[in-house]
Ligand binder design. Structure first.
Ligand code: PRP
Ligand code: MN
Ligand code: MG
Length: 181
């Protein structure tokens, strides 16, 4: 472990901005699902921080479940072909599923997960993501709640990693060039 400050190039979104935006999203989400059988589904590992803070910003209780997936192939980019490493523990039949994600980049991961969950006869499947990169989209995907649209740059922090590091950074930012070399 080492200090992270020197590795950051710039902060794009601060901890405070994230907290405030998640509070807004939580209110909208609660208005939509109040009285419905809501299940929060987080996608490991990036979504851990968003799930923790978004769920606690909800004014009422909702169960959470987790999936872990992996893209086939050895590349660092999503291929769109996804393998389930850890499936949900829950039967989602009849449930209103809200997928909670840290980022929609190409959209390939979420697109696959959404179709997969829709095939299990839930009452509905929607997506809430903290970040989205509109310029990186490779597939059209309907994302109901977006925290922030960001430029097509590699970002870390608040759950997002570079080689598994920086997930525990409180802000979202870009890395200094020396980190990659
Ligand atoms: C990242 C991110 C999203 C996905 C977005 O996860 O957390 O889940 O990629 O990419 P896409 O829109 O191009 O499909 P990653 O596969 O790095 O796993 P992690 O969450 O464990 O970091
Ligand atoms: Mn992820
Ligand atoms: Mg990752």
């Amino acid at each position: 472990a080492a200090h992270m400050g020197a590795d950051l190039e710039k902060v794009l979104i601060t901890e405070d901005e994230i907290r405030a935006r998640l509070q807004e999203l939580a209110a909208e989400i609660w208005a939509e699902y109040d009285g419905k059988d809501l299940l929060l589904v987080g996608v490991l590992k990036g979504a851990v921080m968003v799930m923790a803070d978004l769920s606690r910003a909800l004014p009422g209780t909702a169960p959470m479940d987790w999936m872990a997936v992996s893209s086939y192939g050895s590349g660092t980019k999503s291929s769109g072909v996804v393998r389930i490493l850890k499936d949900l523990d829950t039967d989602i039949t009849g449930k209103h599923v809200l997928i909670v994600e840290d980022i929609v980049d190409s959209g390939l991961t979420l697109s696959w997960i959404k179709s997969n969950l829709e095939s299990r006869n839930p009452a509905s499947v929607e997506i809430c993501t903290l970040l989205r990169k509109p310029e990186a989209a490779k597939v059209e995907i309907d994302v109901k709640w977006v925290g922030f649209d960001i430029p097509n740059e590699f970002v870390v922090g608040y759950g997002l990693d570079y080689a598994e590091q920086y997930r525990n950074l409180r802000d979202v930012g870009t890395l200094a060039p020396h980190v990659y070399s």
